[in-house]
Design a protein around this ligand. Structure first.
Ligand code: NAD
Ligand code: WQD
Length: 330
């Protein structure tokens, strides 16, 4: 069964392609490598032994995406990862984010309708909840004001999907971390990392002198912010579960994809230190503007309906994150 995977050369996309192949789907990658590397495609081939089909195409350009749909007969669904994802950059260049993140979804939906392809899994984010009032957050928690234009694009895309004729599932990822245990695929983002775990890895490697903890005066277990860190392989597997569910239940739905457990920044540092027997140099700094104090997922719905739950420990995720960092050439 052929599945279009936009952004399939990226961090989460490449891991998902591996899991799709493992259960017998035939992924067709559509990725222009604007924020990834061909080495991830090579890595997928090495892990799976399958020469995965890849189109070096910008999926926000209609006439390019048309060619893929016309060439590939028998497509039964799509997973849409392709988007820009830097929160910081989205504040500096919001239009770039509206254009790519919303534009690519609109173009994809148009082609799906035209070719009668009716199953779409969309990469959403827990950022749609903004700062939640109640923890853990359930799928029925309201969208609060987005903290960034990036967050706004995810809210807008989910709204577009609600109005579309195409059946879809939006997966609201919490904080994906780690890499495939082989270290053959991972996050190849062009930008300097801004996320916590990649920064911890850079400090461990000596590329960065120290980590600044963005505030220790929040109302949390130790004063630092709390997140729900999920291993990217667990996250990848949730797409397979969502696809199976959507094929059997043609409707629209949304699911949180997290572990259900919160970890503070200081706990994350200490978990990395223990898992990898490495000391991390850090100090306490100021709060980061717009930071959410605490967020973690309520998994009741996803466990019940998709029969999926995260299985890999956060310690393993920290080890895999460090192994990927050590392997990285750039
Ligand atoms: P990524 O940047 O590694 O992957 C995105 C991929 O899409 C890249 O390979 C990039 O080259 C490609 N791409 C972007 N625009 C494209 C276009 N117009 N045409 C073709 N290819 C294009 O990012 P990721 O971390 O794998 O994220 C995947 C998705 O998950 C994104 O939609 C992101 O917003 C969402 N998400 C990510 C996180 C996270 O923390 N990584 C959290 C929540 C949601
Ligand atoms: C985690 C915690 C930081 C760096 C972002 C996006 C979100 C989603 C995931 C896509 C925060 C703290 C970080 C540092 C620190 N992406 N931190 N020192 O903020 O949960 O979410 O990525 O959808 O949309 O906003 O993740 O990894 O940036 O931060 O103390 O040097 O680590 O302040 O509290 P976040 P993060």
């Amino acid at each position: 069964m052929k599945i279009i995977v936009t952004g399939g050369a990226g961090y989460i996309g490449s891991h998902t392609v591996v899991e799709l192949i493992a259960v017998g789907f035939q992924p067709i990658i559509v990725d222009n490598l604007c924020n990834s590397d061909v080495s991830n495609i090579q890595g997928i081939k090495e892990i799976t032994g399958v020469d995965v089909q890849w189109y070096n195409v910008d999926c926000s350009i209609e006439k390019k995406l048309v060619e893929v749909f016309e060439k590939e007969e028998g497509i039964i669904g799509a997973i849409h990862f392709a988007a820009y994802k830097s929160v910081e950059e989205s504040v500096r260049e919001p239009e770039k984010y509206y254009k790519n993140n919303i534009g690519s979804l609109e173009v994809l939906l148009e082609q799906m309708k035209k070719h009668k392809v009716n199953n779409l899994i969309f990469s959403s984010s827990c950022t749609v909840y903004g700062t939640p009032d109640i923890l853990p957050v359930t799928e029925s928690s309201p969208f609060k004001k987005a903290e960034s234009p990036y967050g706004e694009t995810k809210q807008m895309c989910e709204n577009i999907l609600q109005k579309s004729d195409v059946k879809s599932i939006s997966l609201r990822y919490f904080n994906p971390i780690g890499s495939h245990f082989s270290s053959l695929i991972g996050d190849c983002s062009a930008d300097k990392p801004c996320n916590l775990i990649p920064i911890i890895c850079e400090v461990a490697k000596g590329v960065r002198e120290k980590l600044i903890v963005n505030g220790d005066d929040y109302n949390t277990i130790d004063g630092s912010c709390v997140r729900d860190y999920i291993h990217v392989v667990d996250l990848a597997k949730s797409h397979v579960s969502a696809l199976h569910y959507l094929l059997k239940n043609p409707k629209k739905d949304v699911f949180n994809i997290g572990t259900g457990k919160g970890l503070s920044v200081i706990q994350a540092i200490s978990c990395f230190e223990k898992a990898n027997d490495k000391k991390i140099n850090y100090s306490i700094g100021h709060r980061r503007d717009g930071d959410v104090e605490e967020i973690y997922s309520d998994n009741a719905k996803v466990e019940k309906l998709l029969n999926w739950k995260a299985e890999i420990s956060v310690e393993t995720a920290m080890k895999d994150a460090w192994n990927w960092e050590k392997m990285k050439v750039k």
